[in-house]
Design a protein around this ligand. Sequence first.
Ligand SMILES: [Zn+2]
Length: 132
Amino acid sequence: MNLKIKACPCCKKLNFIWFLKEPPVIENNFRSFAGWSLIKTFNCRSCKEQLGIFTEKSQNLQKLAWLSEVRCEDNYVDDLRILREKQSSLSNNRDSEYYKVLNKIFYINNKIKSEKNKLKIKLKIEKKVFLN
Ligand SMILES: [Zn+2]
């Protein structure tokens, strides 16, 4: 068994997380983490929100994510990917179309940010958790 001590991405409290060296992979339906493996889900010991550990083998990456927040991002993953492709294809010729695309990306990112804030406020009210 491996032990990791990580701060909850939601409430920032430390969690002691045990997992197997070769953890069985859980079905990963999160589009924000396409290509990653979900190796563990659990609830934060402090705020009780559901968290997930994702790993990416080729680059040896590991990320602890708040799953409600990931779901917020998931709604916009495809739109953002298309816009970013457009942005890079237009980057040599920065005309009004390019700035229109940039504005759309900016708008979506703000939308995600505001949905995440709403999530935190809701949590704060429901569970009386102190979030920074
Ligand atoms: Zn927490």
